[in-house]
Design a protein around this ligand. Structure first.
Ligand code: F6P
Length: 547
C-alpha cells in the first residue's frame, strides 16, 4: 500500500480484518452488554449509534491510530485557519468561515474574511426581507410569489435539498423552484407553472461560465424582455450570485443585484454562502442563521472533541474500514423522513465529487480504493425496492439510517410505523435469520417438512450487515445544518486517509471540453473533428435523422 499510512498500520489493520471478518455482530452484542453504550455518541439533539458495525474496541483503537498518523488534528487546523489545502487550485477551503458564529477572525492572505461574510449576509437579509414583506415589486408592480433558482451542481443541489427539507419553515405565500438541466424541458415546465409578473429569478453560478446555467439564464432574460418589452425589467426580476463580478455585469445584472462569494468556497460546500439566497428567501434570515449555527456547532465539535468521541471522525473511519478492508464499493443513505428525500442526491455530489479521485497528493496513482459510490432513497419506500439486495444479496453495503424522533406531521400512527421500520431494518440487517429460526417459523406455520426443507435456504438471512443510525430530535434548520456538516467533515477525514485532494473537481472537465467541440459540429451540421467510430457514427446518425 502506498498511502500516507505507515506500512506497519496497514499491515496491522489487514491482520485485524482477518480476525474480525468471520465474527458475527450477533455474537459481539451477546458477549458485550455494554456494546451500545461503548459505540454510540449522544450529541445535542443527535444520537449517533454505530454499534451495529463490524468492529471491536481493538478495531477502533487501530483506526484511531490512522487519523493520528495522517495528522488529522493538524489538517483540521489548517482548514480552519485558511491554509491553501486545496493545493491543485491553490485555494483555502473555508466554508467553515461562512458559518463561523463566534468572534474568531479567519484570515486569508492576512485579511480577516469575516467582515465580507457578514456584509453579504446583511445584504441577503435586507433583500429577503423586502421580498418576503412584499416591498420588492416586479416590473408591473406585483409582489413576488415564485422564486426560481437557476444553477447546477453545488449551485443547485444544496439550496434545493435544504428548501425541500425545511418546507415546514417556508413562507406560506412563496414557492421555490429549481432549474438545473440544460434540457429545455426543465425551464419550460417551470415557466409554465409561474407568472413572470410575480417571479424572481436567481442566477446562481460560482464561475458564471457554466454552460447549463448561462443557457437557462439567457432563455429567461429573453423571455422577460419579450414579455415586458423593456430590458429594464431585468432589474426587478433577476439577481445573480457569483464570485465573477465582471461576467455578471456583462450579462446585464447590476452590482446592487449581485450577491458575492469567494473562490475559497467550493461549489458543493456553498449552500452556506450567498448560494443559499433561495433558502433565505424561503425560510427567512433567522432560520437561515439557525442552519448556519447548527453547522457551526459541528465545526466546534469536529475541532475540539476527542477523536474517539468525534462523530465525523468515527463516520470517516468506518467508511475507510469498509471500503479498504471489506472491499465495500457502495454506501447507502436511507432517510426515514420524507422531507429529507433529496438528502442522498445532495450527498452524491458532496461525497463523489470530493472523494472520487485516484491521484495522491504527491501525484502518484493510489493503489487502494477511494470514495464509494453513494446512493439511497427515503424509506420505507427503499425497503420495497432495493432492500432485498441489502438483506440477501452478495454485496456488503454499509449504510446510514437517519430519522427524526418527532415528525412535523403527526397524523395518526404514521410516525410510529415509520420508526418501527427504521429500528427493525437495522436490527434485521445486523441479526439476519438463522436456519434454526427460519425452520421454527415455518414449523409454527404448519408447513410440511418437505416444503420446509426446500424453502429453508431461501428464507434464511446471513445478517452481519453494518449500519449507522442517526436519531435526531426533529428536523429543524439547526439540526439539518448539523447533519450536513457531519457529512462534510466525514468526507474531509476520508480524503485525508486516502491522501487525496477532496476539494478540486478536474474530473468533470473532459466531458465539458468535448461537449463544446461537438456543439460546434451539431451547429455546423457536419463533423469537424476526429472521433472514434462509435461517437462518429452516433453524431452522423443524429445529423441525418434530425434534418
Ligand atoms: O460539476 C462541476 C462544477 O464545477 C461543480 O463543482 C459546481 O458545483 C458546478 O459545476 C456548478 O458550477 P458553477 O457554480 O460555477 O456554475
Amino acid at each position: 500500500m502506498n498511502s500516507s499510512l505507515s506500512p506497519r498500520l496497514w499491515h496491522a489493520l489487514s491482520e485485524h480484518y482477518q480476525k474480525i471478518s468471520p465474527l458475527h455482530m450477533r455474537d459481539l452484542f451477546h458477549s458485550d452488554p455494554q456494546r451500545f453504550e461503548k459505540f454510540s455518541i449522544c450529541w445535542g439533539d443527535f444520537l449517533f449509534d454505530y454499534s451495529k458495525n463490524r468492529i471491536t474496541e481493538e478495531t477502533l483503537s487501530l483506526l484511531l491510530q490512522a487519523v493520528t498518523e495522517v495528522d488529522l488534528p493538524g489538517y483540521i487546523e489548517k482548514m480552519f485557519s485558511g491554509e491553501r489545502i486545496n493545493f491543485t487550485e491553490n485555494r483555502p477551503v473555508l466554508h467553515v468561515a461562512l458559518r463561523n458564529r463566534s468572534d474568531r477572525p479567519i484570515y486569508v492572505d492576512g485579511k480577516d474574511v469575516m467582515a465580507d461574510v457578514k456584509r453579504v449576509l446583511e445584504k441577503m437579509k435586507n433583500f429577503a426581507e423586502a421580498v418576503r414583506s412584499k416591498r420588492w415589486k416586479g416590473y408591473s408592480g406585483k409582489p413576488i410569489k415564485d422564486i426560481v433558482n437557476i444553477g447546477i451542481g453545488g449551485s443547485d443541489l444544496g439550496p434545493r435539498m435544504v428548501t425541500h427539507a425545511l418546507k415546514p419553515y417556508g413562507h406560506k405565500e412563496l414557492n421555490v423552484h429549481f432549474v438545473s438541466n440544460v434540457d429545455g424541458t426543465d425551464i419550460a415546465e417551470v415557466l409554465k407553472a409561474i407568472e413572470l409578473d410575480s417571479t424572481l429569478f436567481i442566477i446562481s453560478s460560482k464561475t458564471f461560465t457554466t454552460k447549463e446555467t448561462l443557457t437557462n439564464a439567457h432563455t429567461v432574460r429573453k423571455r422577460l424582455i419579450d414579455y415586458f418589452g423593456d430590458p429594464k425589467a431585468i432589474e426587478k426580476h433577476v439577481v445573480a450570485i457569483s464570485t465573477n463580478e465582471k461576467a455578471v455585469k456583462d450579462f446585464g445584472i447590476s452590482p446592487e443585484n449581485m450577491f458575492e462569494f469567494w473562490d475559497w468556497v467550493g461549489g458543493r460546500y456553498s449552500l452556506w454562502s450567498a448560494i443559499g439566497l433561495s433558502i433565505v428567501l424561503y425560510i427567512g434570515m433567522d432560520q437561515f442563521e439557525e442552519l448556519l449555527y447548527g453547522a457551526y456547532l459541528v465545526d466546534e465539535h469536529f475541532r475540539n472533541s476527542p477523536l474517539e468521541k468525534n462523530i465525523p471522525v468515527i463516520m470517516g473511519l468506518l467508511g475507510f474500514w469498509y471500503g479498504n478492508f471489506f472491499g465495500a464499493q457502495t454506501y447507502g443513505i436511507f432517510p426515514y423522513d420524507q422531507y429529507l428525500e433529496l438528502f442522498p442526491v445532495y450527498l452524491q455530489q458532496l461525497d463523489m465529487e470530493s472523494n472520487g479521485k485516484r491521484i495522491r497528493r504527491n501525484g502518484t496513482v493510489v493503489t487502494y480504493t477511494t470514495g464509494p459510490i453513494l446512493w439511497g432513497n427515503p424509506c420505507t419506500n427503499g425497503q420495497h425496492s432495493f432492500f432485498q439486495l441489502l438483506h440477501q444479496g452478495t454485496h456488503l453495503i454499509p449504510s446510514d439510517f437517519i430519522a427524526p424522533i418527532q415528525t412535523h406531521n403527526p397524523i395518526g400512527n404514521h410516525h410510529l410505523i415509520l420508526l418501527s421500520n427504521f429500528f427493525a431494518q437495522t436490527e434485521a440487517l445486523m441479526k439476519g435469520k438463522t436456519e434454526q429460526e427460519a425452520k421454527e417459523e415455518m414449523q409454527k406455520a404448519k408447513m410440511n417438512p418437505e416444503t420446509i426443507e426446500k424453502l429453508l435456504p431461501h428464507r434464511t438471512f446471513p445478517g452481519n450487515r453494518p449500519s449507522n443510525s442517526f436519531l435526531i430530535q426533529k428536523i429543524t434548520p439547526r439540526t439539518l445544518g448539523s447533519l450536513i456538516a457531519f457529512y462534510e467533515h466525514k468526507i474531509f477525514v476520508e480524503g485525508l486517509l486516502w491522501d487525496i485532494n477532496s476539494f478540486d473537481q478536474w474530473g468533470v472537465e473532459l466531458g465539458k471540453q468535448l461537449a463544446t467541440r461537438v456543439e460546434e459540429e451539431l451547429t455546423a451540421g457536419s463533423l469537424l473533428y476526429e472521433h472514434d467510430a462509435s461517437t462518429k457514427g452516433l453524431i452522423e446518425f443524429y445529423l441525418k435523422q434530425s434534418k
